[in-house]
Write a protein that binds this ligand. Sequence first.
Ligand SMILES: C[S@@+](CC[C@H](N)C(=O)[O-])C[C@H]1O[C@@H](n2cnc3c(N)ncnc32)[C@H](O)[C@@H]1O
Length: 432
Amino acid sequence: MIVKSQNENTDRQKEELTELLQWLCTAPNISSYRINTLVGTTEEILSEMKRKFKNISGASIELCPYLPDVIIVRNINVKDLDLTRRSLEVVIDVHCAESVLRGAHIFAPGVMGMLTGITLNDKVSIYADLENNCRKGFQKAFNSDKKLFIGNGIVKMTRSDLFGENLNPSGVAVEVYSNISGCILIEPNFLPEGSCLLQNLPSIICTHVLNPIPGECVLDMCAAPGNKTTHIAALMRNEGTLVAIDKTPSKIKQLQTNGAKFKTKVSIYQADSTKILDDTISTQSERLISDGPPFRSESFDKILLDAPCSALGKRPQLCNKSSEKVIKSFVPLQRKLLRNAVHLLKVNGKLVYSTCTITQAENEGMVAWFLTKFKCMRLCKAELHVGGSGWPTEGLCDTDLEKLQRFGPNSNVDSVGFFIALFVKQFSVDTT
Ligand SMILES: C[S@@+](CC[C@H](N)C(=O)[O-])C[C@H]1O[C@@H](n2cnc3c(N)ncnc32)[C@H](O)[C@@H]1O
């Protein structure tokens, strides 16, 4: 047994934290596109993408070796890009900069400052204002040590389009032709609508871990905007019952729009998933799943709980001002949702719990609590296991940690921070 001194442990933890923070600041080296197999094959879309983008030098577009419905586009080597800094500059906000580093153009609301005199089609350098100090409409060179060079682009909207009085501008303000991450965005407008979705790899993996099959009865408890719901429907070939719930009224509209766009057969309800169980409904009652929530106990074969979380796994993250209070606020809600999921799941049914965050409390800590609280739930290793192991946590042994999938700096998948746990229900809750 190797006993490490406390100092050694602390130093190692500090190194790991630095590595994690550096990783979070950078964009992934790949973009992943999920093909909607309800409307086309991955091979068809791949050849269409290759044909369309044969002129982008250095672009590599290929099938994902372990996911049949995914196309991977690699970032271009930045050495091959024009990243020469220009005297004309445009300053953008942090969120806009994060999108540019994932291949987006600059849309009007993201522009904070633009030098006076810049005209249409001028080539400009793009800077992010990391501290949110640049006043909207700023017209001089922005001097700040928290200003980060992001890339170069061509101006498509001038100051008068962007900052004139009573304007609410929309549309592309600067077309970006190079960015420091080398990410190229393939806007799949040339493909039939709903045939393909830009989606982070762990999110795609998450639905494959759930592995819904045609004919099953599946619940997506926190579904909006529907990126995983539409994937579940594709894997079920639209056969069976798929129920998608979300609490937020404004997001329900997005869920409905995306459901329709992706030709998804799904029943969508606006509800609080901590309150969709009614364990007083007897099996003899006439109430059906198609009547909507509340549902009786043991109604579903498979449940996805893609939980509301602190979302700290986003990449790149140039700045994050979430308070500790907000970050810690998700654990009680996640526990309530998990509690309901257990009751709603049939015996031998599968539950996938996922988050797009990195905190131990919302990930391994949640799994440890769950296993202690619900003896009927067994943690399983998914057949598709490409993430790294979980972090050492009280209540979880090494074998448990190996069953978890944590996506971070040391996993084989270069994507966002994410966490997946798969459980099987062995017996009814009442008998625990
Ligand atoms: C991580 S997002 C889900 C993303 C979605 N699964 C996807 O892949 O597109 C979490 C969602 O949970 C919803 N939510 C938060 N609290 C909820 C609750 N009590 N019941 C149902 N939905 C809730 C939020 O509105 C948000 O849309």
